[in-house]
Design a protein around this ligand. Structure first.
Ligand code: SF4
Length: 462
């Protein structure tokens, strides 16, 4: 019993000033992930070496790939007097040693607390020549004492758009796709669907072929994938931006509209059948095309699987935690399956969460409890589960302690997944991703039944 001190929520006093086992991680991790989705870009952490090591470790452990990043390596001196000198020296070293086209700088708790102004330091570096001619430096403020890794991701994408996208006289018949924080395989899957629809697009960021690069035996400092500079520049001339996920992508879409007058549409992450339908429809509408048969057939296969599996999944109680954009679409998918997402927490703050959850759950699963923000942690989720159990837990690796203590099947989903390998190669978005999620959920529930059912009820055919 690793979490033996957790009591039922109904028997506990309400917490006001303490977070236990947060359902989020720190802003710069998201900023670093976003920067990795830009071709030829080296993320740079403006803070201590420890912060940078943590951000890199979190990403490396999840993606099982080496994650390259630089740091301003704050010492005691820079902690007191500011990190300008370290960043200027760092930029000079980075461009001459590693030769990136772009350095994407994010701040940390320490540099934000000191009050370092990244815009001013980058401006000085440009004037003084630490940023060579033809090279670029973008930046984002990512203080980790507010928001979460999702906020950091959003801030960095916005910073990249702010720097690169610009409007010309030419209108390009292409879509801007802001995929939000999804796996490289998910980005690849969204691109596959767009290709099936014969739609031109620019995706930002795009970590496919960066964090899931084929093994060639040769190390590449800057992998082949990632959004290129000309692609990012052209985003100002696109006909529309489709921003997937309010938390991950909305601010960037608004910023692009303000800067370049590109209209935008905020869509849910295409996880599950309805959210994928909406995504496909909005793309089809923007390009005035009909949905290709090949995609309709994929949808049909998902519907067929739902029909086959629903008898086993109907009524199953689920506890879910993770990023708000993912939780919203996944909750809707679970409800569509007749399942009962009864407990949902997300550590990322934002007022829209409870409203969206209410619209999905209040009529269909009136007993559901959901919460986001600082107090919405894994301890609370466990307390709720103690009150009345669930049949399945869905969330990142940190949920394994609850799953083990309560003997509940556990579907690893979201970020980070530290204790399994392969998840980042298989999409969970789109119709094919929906199939994978269904198959995984049902297998876990049936494996659990096989392992725990009484001998006289152990069946060959379930
Ligand atoms: S100090 Fe702040 S930025 Fe650094 S690792 Fe901790 S939470 Fe993240």
């Amino acid at each position: 019993m690793l979490l033996r001190h957790t009591k039922k929520a109904s028997e506990s006093i309400e917490r006001k000033g303490l977070t236990i086992n947060p359902a989020k991680t720190c802003q710069p991790v998201g900023a670093m992930y976003a920067a990795l989705g830009v071709h030829g870009c080296l993320p740079h952490s403006h803070g201590s070496q420890g912060c940078c090591s943590y951000h890199r470790t979190a990403l490396t452990r999840h993606y099982k790939e080496p994650v390259m990043a630089a740091t301003s390596s704050f010492t005691e001196g820079s902690s007191v007097f500011g990190g300008q000198a370290n960043l200027l020296q760092g930029l000079s070293n980075i461009y001459s040693i590693y030769e990136p086209d772009i350095v994407a700088i994010h701040s940390t708790c320490l540099s934000e607390t000191i009050g370092d102004d990244l815009g001013q330091i980058v401006g000085k570096a440009r004037v003084e020549g630490q940023i060579p001619e033809g090279k670029h430096a973008v930046y984002a403020a990512t203080p980790s004492y507010v928001g979460s890794h999702v906020t950091g991701f959003s801030n960095m994408v916005k910073g990249i758009i702010d720097y690169f996208a610009y409007k010309t006289e030419e209108v390009k018949k292409q879509l801007n796709i802001l995929p939000g924080w999804v796996e490289p395989s998910d980005m690849r899957e969204i691109k596959r669907m767009l290709k099936m629809m014969k739609v031109k697009y620019v995706m930002l960021p795009d970590t496919s072929d960066v964090l899931d690069e084929p093994m060639t035996g040769k190390f590449k400092m800057f992998p082949e994938g990632g959004t290129t500079i000309p692609q990012m520049a052209s985003m100002g001339d696109s006909i529309k931006t489709i921003a997937l996920g309010e938390w991950c992508s909305k601010d960037s879409a608004i910023h692009l509209e303000n800067k370049c007058k590109v209209p935008f549409h905020i869509a849910d992450m295409p996880i599950g059948i309805k959210a994928t339908d909406r995504f496909v429809q909005v793309v089809a509408k923007a390009f005035r095309i009909s949905v290709p048969d090949s995609l309709t057939k994929e949808r049909g296969r998902l519907v067929d699987a739902i029909v086959d599996m629903q008898q086993y999944l109907f009524g199953k109680r689920v506890a879910l935690f993770g990023d708000p954009d993912q939780c919203i679409s996944l909750t809707e998918f679970l409800v569509d399956m007749g399942m009962k997402p009864v407990y949902i927490v997300s550590g990322t703050p934002g007022k829209a969460f409870e409203k969206r959850m209410a619209s999905i759950l209040d009529k269909k699963v009136p007993e559901a409890k959901y919460m986001n923000g600082e107090r919405a942690d894994l301890f609370l989720l466990h307390q709720w589960i103690k009150d009345e159990g669930v049949d399945l837990i869905i969330g990142n690796t940190y949920g394994k302690y609850i799953a083990r203590d309560e003997n509940i099947p556990f579907l690893r989903f979201g970020f980070p997944i530290l204790d399994r390998i392969g998840h980042s190669y298989f999409p969970t978005v789109g119709y094919m991703g929906g199939l994978r999620l269904l198959e995984k959920m049902l297998s876990l529930i049936m494996d659990h039944e096989d392992a725990t059912v009484a001998e006289e009820k152990f069946e060959l055919v379930m």
